[in-house]
Design a protein around this ligand. Sequence first.
Ligand code: HEM
Length: 155
Amino acid sequence: MDYNTLLFMHIASAILLLGVGGGSAFYKFMADRSKNLDVIVHTNKMVVLADWLFTTPSVIAQPITGVMLANLMGYSFDDLWLILSVNLYLFSVVLWLVAVLLQISMRSVSLEAQAKSIALGKRYFRVVNYWIVLGILSFISMGGVFLLMIFKNRL
Ligand code: HEM
């Protein structure tokens, strides 16, 4: 595959990754703040679905296209910017995976509350807080990779 096609796929999947991740986080944050159970349940379902449909494929495509680009350009994986990028990326993905597990659990808890017509308890909102912290850390790390990709020549 030629350089331009690979770079296009790499950047398109970066847009999808950050765009869907940021958008989902915003809508879920606002839904949880509304305290409206129907809104929360629907948003939790959509956030999990969006992760399967968009975020997961781009999380997989990102390192594959990245490594292919690095090989095509003759970069060494001993270069500081690539060492930092790969490690930050892995860190960010681990945080994201934990956040995904929390999302699945929040979806189940909210569905159960809806089925039983009871309000969401403090435990649910404590998990929301953990999810927010994980999301912020994961987003900052991914933002770091993004910056490293663009300002690599300065390292
Ligand atoms: C293991 C993960 C990754 C690897 C190995 C990797 C590797 C690379 C390589 C080799 C290039 C080509 C640089 C060049 O044309 O000289 C590149 C470009 C780029 N990457 Fe990554 N990448 C990874 C993850 C990411 C992530 C997570 C993002 C964004 C969230 C990202 C955003 C970009 C952007 C915007 C460019 C274009 C930079 C430019 O043309 O100046 N990459 N990447």
